[in-house]
Design a protein. Structure first.
Length: 140
């Protein structure tokens, strides 16, 4: 299991990833992350046909000052492609109004293969993200 966080508020541009600056629980050689990056690599190191992971994200999101008041969203993504069922959508009534969002997915990584997981701003504008928390757990 690994946990990556970014407590400080960050502005995440449209179609860009949330960056994780700190590691609170270090993974092993099957879960890899470089501090300051938004990508987490999951490796299929297994004697089975696949390795299964649970990826969970929670954090607070808002529209920055100067932004347009409309629906904003984050999505978990695999190799750069958003996972539709993981999309977290809120519609703040004003800028700087934070909402807590969370989502989880199970991912199968084929033996001797790897995937990159990220949390992507799937909105059409920049958003603020604070207290971002990504937990990756190998479950099978």
């Amino acid at each position: 299991m690994a946990e990556y966080i970014a407590v400080t508020e960050q502005t995440v541009a449209a179609n860009q990833n949330v960056l994780f600056s700190d590691v609170t629980v270090c993974g092993n050689c099957s879960i890899m992350h470089r501090p300051g990056s938004g990508l987490v690599a999951l490796r299929g190191i297994t004697s089975q046909c696949r390795a299964r992971y649970k990826v969970f994200f929670s954090g607070n999101i808002a529209i920055p000052t100067g932004g347009t008041v409309e629906a904003i969203s984050l999505s978990l993504s695999i190799d750069g492609e958003p996972v539709g069922s993981s999309t977290m959508i809120v519609t703040p009534a004003a800028v700087e109004e934070y909402f807590n969002v969370a989502s989880a997915v199970f991912l199968d990584v084929p033996k001797n293969c790897c995937l990159q997981v990220a949390v992507r701003n799937s909105s059409t504008q920049d958003i603020l993200v604070q207290n971002a928390n990504l937990i990756v757990e190998r479950v099978a």
